[in-house]
Design a protein around this ligand. Structure first.
Ligand SMILES: [Zn+2]
Length: 224
């Protein structure tokens, strides 16, 4: 209802957001099939969302990138991403997006940690109730002022402090190549109650609800 008198610019933005969501949703179908194959081989960890109430509302969630291109690596076991013959467990979903494009906070929460000295690269970890969401390989670095740590990406106009409250849909960084990565993408990790889960399942649930809600849906991936 609040959406009726939005200016045209927002309507346009909304349409492009919905196109993005549609594209992301279609790609998810492929990803879920892939994930299903992993499960049949007994490799994937416990799927969480099968146990979540079907009535759970995902409407407040924001899709984590602005310029979705493709899902480049699903959650679960895979061959080593950076060469070698080893097998590793990939604790997140890789979402390719153009270098320098913006990353958005999935769910309102508090910044638990910022970091720039692991394979995750420059990263922000946000806590929202039982959920922990992790964003890796961003541009920028960690700095300290008056004993507080923050991620700074000056060219992107981003400054995120540990302990800060961040609303859903807020720009929290830009896609980069820090840490262990072979191309620009967002590695998006998701934990529930401390356990890593498949972020694609959450995105699928969000997508399904958005489609069911129709054109009047109040999807939060519309902020400027
Ligand atoms: Zn990854």
């Amino acid at each position: 209802m609040q959406q009726v008198f939005k200016p045209r610019r927002n309507q346009k933005h909304k349409r492009s957001s919905r196109r993005l969501l549609f594209l992301a949703g279609l790609s998810l179908i492929c990803l879920i099939i892939l994930g299903g194959l992993h499960q049949e081989r007994g490799l994937a960890s416990q799927p969480l969302l099968g146990r979540v109430e079907p009535s759970t509302s995902w409407q407040a969630g924001s899709f984590p990138v602005e310029n979705f291109q493709a899902y480049t690596s699903p959650f679960g076991y895979r061959r080593s991403a950076t060469g070698g013959r080893g097998v590793e467990f990939h604790r997140g979903l890789d979402i390719a997006a153009p270098d320098g494009s913006y990353i958005r906070n999935w769910w309102t929460g508090q910044v638990l940690k910022v970091s720039d000295n692991t394979a995750c690269g420059t990263s922000v970890t946000i806590q929202s109730g039982d959920w922990t969401h992790i964003y890796c390989h961003m541009k920028g670095r960690v700095e300290t002022a008056n004993g507080s740590r923050y991620v700074i990406d000056r060219a992107g106009g981003i400054q995120i402090w540990e302990g800060q409250q961040i609303p859903s849909g807020t720009r929290i960084g830009r896609v980069g190549m820090t840490g262990r990565t072979t191309g620009p993408h967002l590695h998006w990790g998701l934990k529930h109650g401390g356990q890593y889960i498949d972020p694609a399942q959450v995105l699928r649930a969000m997508y399904n609800q958005q489609v069911a809600a129709g054109p009047a849906s109040n999807y939060t991936n519309q902020r400027d």
